[in-house]
Write a protein that binds this ligand. Sequence first.
Ligand SMILES: Cc1cc2nc3c(=O)[nH]c(=O)nc-3n(C[C@H](O)[C@H](O)[C@H](O)COP(=O)(O)OP(=O)(O)OC[C@H]3O[C@@H](n4cnc5c(N)ncnc54)[C@H](O)[C@@H]3O)c2cc1C
Ligand code: FES
Length: 373
Amino acid sequence: MLTPLTAREESESLPLWGEGESGELVCRAVWDETADVKTFLFTPATPRLFRFHAGQFMTFHWPLPGGVVSRCYTIATPPTRPYAIGITVKRKPGGVVSPWLHEALRPGMRITAEGPSGIFSAELHGAEKYLFLAGGSGITPLASMLRAFADRGESPDLVFLNAARSPADLIFRDELALIARRLAGLRLLHLVESRAGEPEWPGLTGRLSPELLALIPDLAEREIFCCGPAPFMAAARAALETLGVGLSRYHEESFDFETDGGRATEGAAEEALTAEAPSTAPQAEVPLFTITLAKSGRSFPCRADQTVLAAARAAGIRLPHACTQGLCGSCKSRILSGEIERNHKGGIREREMAQGLALLCCNRPLSDLVIDR
Ligand SMILES: Cc1cc2nc3c(=O)[nH]c(=O)nc-3n(C[C@H](O)[C@H](O)[C@H](O)COP(=O)(O)OP(=O)(O)OC[C@H]3O[C@@H](n4cnc5c(N)ncnc54)[C@H](O)[C@@H]3O)c2cc1C
Ligand code: FES
C-alpha cells in the first residue's frame, strides 16, 4: 500500500507558479461575501504551488461570449495557503467582466491567468507598526496580508480600518472579527457611511477624516497601506497631510479607471479610454505623431498628450491590455523605432526597457513610433 505524502513532501515535489508565469486555472468554488461581492476559488489545472507576496494580483483572461477580455484581480487569499488562490470581486453595474463573473463563472470552468505581479505588499515594506485602510472591495490585498500574518502567527501592531457603505456591505466582517480575537496586536475598526439595516451598529459611522485618523495611536510611525475607491484614497491622503503625517510611509493601490491612470476597458468603457487625457490646449498646439504596427502594417495618429493604447482604441485598433495603469505588463510591446515615455508602476522591468520594451497603456509618444505588433 502506498504511504500518503506528508504536506512537506508533497509541497517539495510540486512545481511552483511564481511571478511572471502564466497557466490554466480551474474554478473550484464560488461563494457570496455580500449582496454584490463574490469570492471565486481557483487551483492550477495541473498541480503547482502558488508563490506570491500577500497583496499581489494576477491578470486573468476571461472567456466572455464576445471574446476574451483581460482584467486584474488581487489574490485575496494569503501566500501561506499555496494550493489555491481566491479572488473577491465586486459586481460593477454596467461593467464588462464583473457582472459576467457573478452570473456565469461556475466551478469546473477553466481560464488562463498571468502573474502574480505588483508591489503593493507589506512583505516588501517590513515595519513594526501598520495601518491598513480598506474601502469596499479594496480590502482584498489587505485581507491577504492580514491572513498571512494570522497564518504565520505574526501579530505586528496593526490598525485595520474596514470601510463600507453600510454594515451589510462590509466584506469579510465575520472573518476579520475572528482573526482579531486571535491576534493580540490587531485593532479592528469598522466604518460605515450609514447604519441602514443595523440600527444597533456598534462600529464607527461617517467617512474617513482627519478627526478619525487622529485617534489612531502612533500614526506617524505606521507603514500605511490604503486601497479603495479613488475618493476614499484621496480622503486618506488629505487627512494624513492635514495631520502633518508625510506620505513617505504611505502606499496605495487603485482598482478604478477613474483614478490617475485613466482606467478603461472594453465596450462601455471604450469612451473613457478614447477620451483619456484630453488636451486642454488647442489641438493645433499638440504635436501629432504616427504610430505604425509593424506586423499588421496598420498606422494610426497619436497626439503627444495621448497614450498609445488610447490612440489605438480611438482608431478602432485593439491592442492587448488589462489594468491600463502600468501595473500588470499586459500591454508590453517592443518599440522598433522612435522614442516613447517610460512611466510605469511595476509592470515592466528595467532590463526589459533596456531591451526596447515599453508599456503602451500609460506612455505617450515622443516621436513617430514603429511597434512590433
Ligand atoms: C491591480 C488591480 C487589482 C484589482 N483587484 C480587484 C479585486 O480584488 N476585486 C475587484 O472587485 N476588483 C479589482 N480590480 C478591478 C477589476 O480589475 C475590474 O476593473 C473591475 O472588476 C471592473 O471590471 P468590469 O469589466 O466589470 O467593469 P468595466 O467594464 O471595466 O467598467 C468599470 C465601471 O466603469 C463604468 N464605466 C464604464 N465605462 C464608463 C464611462 N465611459 N464613463 C463612466 N463610467 C464608465 C462601468 O459601468 C463600471 O461600473 C482590480 C484592478 C486592478 C488594476
Ligand atoms: S495594461 Fe497593465 S501595464 Fe499596461
